[in-house]
Design a protein around this ligand. Structure first.
Ligand code: HEC
Length: 106
């Protein structure tokens, strides 16, 4: 019986680890939403192509870096939207979610 333990532990670890990874949409709704849903404090509003045009023009890599580390432009975007518990890849997923929404609408 003890020989089965590592398998049980590994399985539990894999299940809990995968359950904790948030999708871009979940990260947006949990964290980024506060400012980006309505465009608070100069944040480019979700789904608003015009508001996003100048941001999109920087390229996705710059957007990733600014979302992860924060930056001052005409206003201030806090690192990871102020939620340091997010992983870099979760923040990148949220950026892709927002960029896709901005590019899809007229
Ligand atoms: C406290 C408010 C706030 C929160 C929360 C927030 N943002 Fe922002 N964000 C801003 C503001 C303000 C700007 C515009 C900054 C500027 O251009 O001066 C911005 C800009 C951006 C940009 C454009 C970057 C660029 O280089 O043009 C991206 C991408 C972005 N945010 C992603 C996110 C993501 C992803 C989250 C959630 C993890 C998030 N933001 C949460 C306020 C916020």
């Amino acid at each position: 019986m003890p020989r089965a333990m590592p398998v049980v532990i590994l399985t539990l670890f894999a299940v809990s680890a995968s359950a904790q990874v948030l999708t871009g949409r979940q990260v947006f709704e949990h964290t980024c939403h506060t400012c980006h849903a309505r465009g608070v404090a100069g944040a480019p509003q979700f789904g608003n192509r015009k508001a996003w045009r100048a941001h999109l023009a920087k390229g996705i890599k710059v957007l990733y870096r600014h979302a992860i580390h924060g930056y001052y432009g005409y206003s201030f975007m806090p690192p990871k939207g102020g939620d340091e518990s997010l992983t870099d890849s979760e923040v990148r997923a949220a950026v892709r979610y927002m960029v896709a929404a901005a590019a899809a609408r007229p």
